[in-house]
Write a protein that binds this ligand. Sequence first.
Ligand code: PHE
Length: 372
Amino acid sequence: MEVKAVREQPKNIMDFMQVADFENVVLCQDQASGLRAVIAVHDTTLGPAAGGCRYWTYASYEDATIDAMRLARGMTYKYAAAGVNLGGGKCVVMADPARPKSEAMLRALGRYIDRLGGAYMTGEDVGTTLEDMVNLRLETPYVITLPEDWGGAGAISEMTAIGVLEAMKSSVEHALGKRSLQGLTVNVQGVGAVGGPLCSLLLDEGARVRVADIRAESLAPWRDRPGVEVVPVEEIPYLEGDVFAPCALGGVVTSENVGRLRTKIICGSANNQLWDASLETNLQERGILYAPDFIVNAGGAVFDADRLQPGGFRRARAEAKVREIGRTTREVFALAEQEKVGTFRAAELFAERRIASVGAAKGIRSRFRGEI
Ligand code: PHE
């Protein structure tokens, strides 16, 4: 049943809940502070659900809920494939990211997260910062991403960028037979918290970079950098080059635009890059190697989860685990060839098999059977 959930867009919230077997979807509202939020807990077989808190504008409550659910499900797979003992969850706050956030609203959300009793731990995501996490932490201990002086791992987005770089090297080796990124062209969509540091790493590797962003202030540091070309946002996905790196929001590859993609590889940090997973067949037909998003972008999640280890956070151990993303990416490509499935389905299988085996060992009958 779970296969259907990712092959097609869900019809409605309850349909999605049942087909993809979500545990909880919680709507949160607080008039005094203006809070409107959704918390989705997908699966807790491996451990309590964790995942970032997205702060963004949505057209409707339904859109926000479906987004929270898709992102939560992605976290289940991200942690499972990366070998972390956490389940998948996500929180979405419906608000304008351009306006100042209110402490009252964040604290109201913190109280609602607290009420879930640890089933869900929150963290940073698009539109939220470590300072926001501190405000949530005032109301609940269930915050995973925190500044170092609050007991957390500190900034994590650069670690996500390091994971993307490792995955990109593996993808380039697999698709182009090259051992380095020297002289390759990478088209980066979004130069925010992850895309920005990724560009710096790519330049260090000798790659040429094209960048686009909807925010002029994010582009400013890149305008006069040697090796960097700033291009319009509407063009970036369709430019020729070796790698397209989506590092902004999801839903980048759709049935309408898949025919226009021109790079040999897609490898970036955005969550849910495929509008629906059936699109990976179209990518395969076009000879484009898709490095599965939840494998590629696990760096921040993996780094930050290290603090849950006995004895607390160890930077060197956390970084080493982030760099394992290169190897996991190669294993997923090998599994795809072995099982004759697309790379995205192979990544799902990789994650599902771990959940199934750990779940069985814990005596939890899991829906994830790890079958094709
Ligand atoms: N939001 C990021 C992600 O989706 C990082 C993160 C992971 C933050 C887990 C908190 C918890 O991977």
